[in-house]
Design a protein around this ligand. Structure first.
Ligand code: AMP
Length: 399
């Protein structure tokens, strides 16, 4: 079956058409600046040239229409007719407590996604617009939603509750949800496959280190803790997000800088993390890595603080699971950062970890980067959220 995977943002739309039998990407692309001047579509068919052109898109329906046109284009398209697309899988950021699994879309599901939208006010409405647009242009094609939060719904109460008045949980569902669930699920399962072990027998820590970053503890096939919370702001230090801070800082700095709470939250989301710590050198790890090697003090500070936070979370998850069998690194920084993996793993001698430096310097494939005698294994596994969404979509559609 050919599955169209859609990931809609407020002004962007990423897509991939995947053949579920071969698991190959037939075409992929991106619509940017939807409903803004200078809208662009980028389209790359498998084995073909990437094409980028400016086309007006007044809304997401226009964007999806252009995607479908590109996929069926006589010269560069990869399907003859839209009827070849058997299903659509949509990424939805927040499923609240209602969704611990992916589901087939119907009106009840759409209503439930709307109901939890105030937990992800920037993302869920955009995801819903994408769903509505596909329903309009591809009537009768089965569609599935895969939630970023679903994998973490197995967390026990003691992991998901905050030390706040319990009534906030009862009234407003203030709790930890976690994100990047599709990636944590894909990578942890893949680790078991690579090691030739049963998923249900392993204690796995997944470090998803991208521009956004989160870490999860997966024990016997279930997520028991993760670092992101009610929103993606909690946990690790990220490209521009602060991760964990003392909440009293917000009032303290707001008073000094004459900022509102909303302005402070923007600072914590957009101006903090590696960007803030490096005194605005960069949020991109390629720059931070380069600066670290040349001894730039801003880069060294950002790198050390970033790695120390990851290390502390690993330590706490080893305690939470009473051990660990394998630690996985994934996403942009985790997959491409031998330096980061070295800085973190060199502090994990208590777990009997020894990295094989030659393997640690490789990239682009699934790897076990520890020596054969290493007591705890370390893997690098390129994440593939689109493939995970396509697999889920096929599983539900063919049920
Ligand atoms: P993601 O959010 O998973 O796409 O990750 C994006 C981030 O990965 C970028 O902001 C970079 O910081 C980092 N990244 C990508 N490629 C490299 C690389 N070759 N070396 C180090 N960091 C990289």
């Amino acid at each position: 079956m050919k599955v169209l995977v859609i990931n809609c943002g407020s002004s962007s739309l990423k897509f991939q058409l995947i053949d579920s039998e071969t698991e190959k990407v037939l075409a992929k692309g991106l619509c940017e600046r939807i409903a803004i001047d200078g809208s662009m579509i980028t389209y790359t068919p498998a084995g073909g040239e990437k094409e980028k052109r400016e086309v007006p898109m007044k809304d997401h329906t226009d964007a999806i229409r252009l995607v479908l046109e590109a996929l069926t284009n006589e010269k560069t398209g990869v399907v003859k007719d839209l009827s070849e697309i058997g299903a659509v899988g949509h990424r939805v950021v927040h499923g609240g407590e209602r969704f611990a699994q992916s589901v087939i879309i119907d009106e009840d599901v759409i209503k439930a996604i709307e109901e939890v939208s105030d937990l992800a006010p920037l993302h869920n409405p955009a995801n819903l617009i994408g769903i509505r647009a596909c329903q309009k242009l591809m009537p009768g094609v089965p569609m599935v939603v895969v939630f970023d939060t679903a994998f973490h719904q197995t967390m026990p109460e003691e992991a998901y509750l905050y030390g706040l008045p319990y009534e906030y949980y009862k009234k407003y569902k203030v709790r930890r949800y976690g994100f990047h669930g599709t990636s944590h699920s894909y990578v942890s399962k893949r680790a078991a496959e690579i090691l030739g072990e049963k998923y249900e027998d392993l204690k796995i820590i997944v470090c998803h280190l991208g521009n956004g970053a989160s870490i999860s503890a997966v024990k016997n096939g279930k997520c028991i803790d993760t670092s992101m919370g009610l929103t993606p702001l909690e946990g690790l230090i990220m490209g521009t997000r602060s991760g964990d801070i003392d909440p009293a800082i917000i009032e303290y700095v707001a008073g000094k800088e004459h900022k509102s709470i909303a302005e402070m939250i923007t600072v914590l989301n957009k101006k903090s993390g590696v960007l803030g710590l490096s005194d605005n050198l960069s949020s991109d790890f390629r720059d931070i890595e380069q600066g670290y090697y040349s001894g730039d003090e801003n880069a060294v500070r950002a790198m050390k603080t970033y790695c120390y936070r990851v290390l502390k979370y690993i330590g706490s998850y080893v305690a939470a699971m009473d051990g660990v069998d394998v630690i996985c690194f994934t996403a942009g920084v985790g997959e491409n950062g031998p330096l980061i993996r070295n800085l973190i793993c060199s502090h994990l001698t208590f777990l009997g970890i020894t990295l094989d430096q030659e393997l640690n310097n490789k990239r682009g494939e699934d790897l076990v980067i520890t020596t054969p005698d290493s007591r705890t294994k370390v893997c690098v596994i390129p994440t593939n959220e689109e493939l995970a969404i396509a697999r889920e979509t096929v599983r539900l559609v063919q049920k």
